[in-house]
Write a protein that binds this ligand. Structure first.
Ligand code: ZN
Length: 452
């Protein structure tokens, strides 16, 4: 590995320049800006290191180009599928940037620009690892496949369907991706899963218009009283969701998961101070990490009705709207949860409310005792020279459930970004030392996997 690491160090300035070229090309999926041009640039960068590529139009309304890449190693017996995304979030608000979002600028050892950390530097690290291995006269120790998503930032609306229609092309023994930050302590982080999502909007209307509360209260029904009763029916006083069957498919937390959760650093006092709250809802039995990663949630994300402006306004609002996100854990199915919610509404007399499913994404989780897991742990330990933090699952949602449910490829992630990468926000940036470390991490993962 030393020879490969030296190559990476010697060529680090060029890698940074190439990353700047990649970041300079806008690729804003939600605005349809620059995706095709960025796809073309990416394929040139893949070709330059010897990765065979295919541009695969995904169909759907916008027919965005998924980039597939492949590099087979004659002697290798293992195939790794790498996922990454080359689209970025919109850069707005532009005035909040200290340098223009698509003019990558280096300050204090970081590259500032939209898409630097999320996800261009991180996915580019895998490509540069291939270069470092081949240019030092080595042969690739494993077969590599790449899947570069053009729409991750808008929830990959076409990906699931597309993967199901492309058959065996993406089959592999193990999957890998890098997105998000290392642990705030600087220790590397290895994540084995994500929660899924069932996001609903519920609307309820009584009168045809808002009216004077002095003239009509209490004669006219205010839709908020029933909405509040409905919301109250969703959880008991301990915070447990009371939708029939909500927890039916949740897998019990295993001993090995419990042991891993216990090792994740958590400073409760600092968290309370940071958030300016006096307590968390965690219990003796279910601690912070179990509650936020391996337990499903039901959260009121928004409530809108009536007058919320300055001063007093006396009305009976005619309509009320609620947004609810449910984070789901392995084996829960978002469509099934949506049906269970609708049944709950019917059984409790709220079936006149209008309910819409806004987004839906399955959970996924690779077991911690997956035989390839130690390779990722060894690679992270070697490159970062610190003990990795093992997350049985992240709390957030990534649209990659098809790895579990369709491809049947276990997926493991090591994020390469800095904790203050400001992803999705103005002044997004990538720590360039971590970018270079990421290239080494990718190369090391390839070699460690080959040993398993
Ligand atoms: Zn993102």
């Amino acid at each position: 590995m030393e020879q490969i690491y030296s190559y990476i160090d010697e060529h680090s300035q060029r890698f940074i320049d190439e990353l700047a070229t990649f970041v300079k090309q806008p690729s804003i999926s939600s605005q349809g800006v620059g995706i095709e041009d960025c796809a073309a640039l990416l394929t040139r960068m893949m070709e330059a290191v010897g990765i065979r590529y295919e541009i695969m139009p995904m169909g759907g309304d916008t027919n965005p180009p998924l980039i597939y890449g492949e590099l087979m190693a004659p002697a290798a017996s293992k195939t790794l599928l790498i996922y990454g995304h080359y689209d970025v979030q919109p850069p707005e608000p532009l005035e909040a940037w200290h340098s223009p979002p698509f003019e990558p600028t280096i300050r204090n050892g970081r590259m500032f620009g939209r898409g630097t950390a999320d996800n261009k530097a991180q996915m580019f690290a895998h490509i540069k690892a291939v270069e470092a291995i081949l240019k030092t006269g080595n042969t690739l120790p494993i077969n590599l496949k790449f899947m570069f998503d053009p729409e991750e930032e808008i929830g990959s609306p076409n990906l699931d369907r597309f993967i199901r229609t492309t058959g065996d092309k993406f089959k592999a023994d193990i999957g890998y991706y890098s997105d998000g930050p290392v642990h705030p302590s600087g220790r590397p982080k290895i994540s084995f899963g994500n929660r899924g999502m069932c996001y609903v909007e519920i609307n309820h209307q009584e009168a045809g218009r808002d009216v004077h509360s002095g003239h009509y209260a209490e004669a006219l029904p205010n839709p908020n009283w029933r909405m509040i009763r409905f919301l109250n029916s969703l959880k008991d006083e301990n915070g447990r969701v009371t939708i029939d069957g909500f927890y039916d498919d949740v897998l019990p937390v295993t001993e090995i998961e419990k042991a891993a959760l216990a090792k994740i650093p958590f400073d409760e006092k600092a968290t309370l101070e940071d958030l300016k709250v006096s307590r968390l809802n965690t219990t003796e039995e279910v601690g912070f990490w179990e509650m936020t990663t391996l337990t499903p949630s039901l959260n009121i994300a928004g409530y809108a009705s009536g007058y919320g402006g300055h001063g007093a306004k006396t009305i009976i609002p005619c309509r009320t709207k609620v947004k609810i996100d449910m984070r789901l854990v392995k084996n829960q199915n978002p469509q099934d949860i949506f049906q269970k919610l609708k049944r709950h509404m019917k059984n409790h007399g709220f079936d006149d409310f209008e309910v819409k499913l806004l987004s839906c994404c399955g959970p996924r989780r690779t077991p911690l005792d997956n035989p390839d897991a130690p390779a990722f742990i060894r690679a992270a330990r070697k490159v970062y020279e610190k003990e990795p933090v093992i997350l049985p699952s992240g709390g957030g949602t990534v649209p990659l459930a098809f790895f579990d449910y369709f491809l049947k490829v276990p997926l493991i992630a090591i994020p390469y970004g800095n904790p203050d990468e400001m992803n999705h926000a103005p002044n997004e940036n990538m720590d360039l030392d971590l970018f270079i470390k990421g290239i080494k991490a990718s190369a090391t993962v390839f070699y460690e996997l080959a040993k398993v």
